[in-house]
Design a binder for this molecule. Structure first.
Ligand SMILES: [Zn+2]
Length: 100
């Protein structure tokens, strides 16, 4: 199954899940949430990164028949993409706490 939701969608889902006092992660579906927002969001973000890496590997297999690139550069690029999504999410939902 191809997952195409953004981090944003998953964080919205996460909020729905914990609002209903449930503890399953919207990405790995494990009962891992602790209803501690910082820890839970960290978990969701790390699951999201893993999912992105996995999707990239699958795409490589589709294109080349095997995983050609597992370089640090690739992982760094995925990391940066996720970081940008985190920043965009914060800008949408939270006022910056510091100026600049
Ligand atoms: Zn998870």
């Amino acid at each position: 199954m191809r997952l195409t939701l953004t981090l944003h969608d998953y964080l919205d889902k996460y909020i729905d899940i914990v609002s209903a006092d449930k503890t399953w992660c919207p990405i790995c579906y494990e009962q891992v949430l602790q209803l501690d927002r910082d820890k839970d969001i960290k978990h969701v973000i790390s699951c999201y990164k893993e999912m992105k890496i996995e999707m990239n590997f699958r795409e490589q297999v589709r294109l080349y028949g095997e995983v050609m690139d597992i370089s640090k550069v690739l992982l760094r690029r995925i990391d940066d993409m996720v970081q940008e999504e985190i920043t965009a999410y914060h800008i949408k939902y939270f006022k910056p706490d510091k100026s600049g």
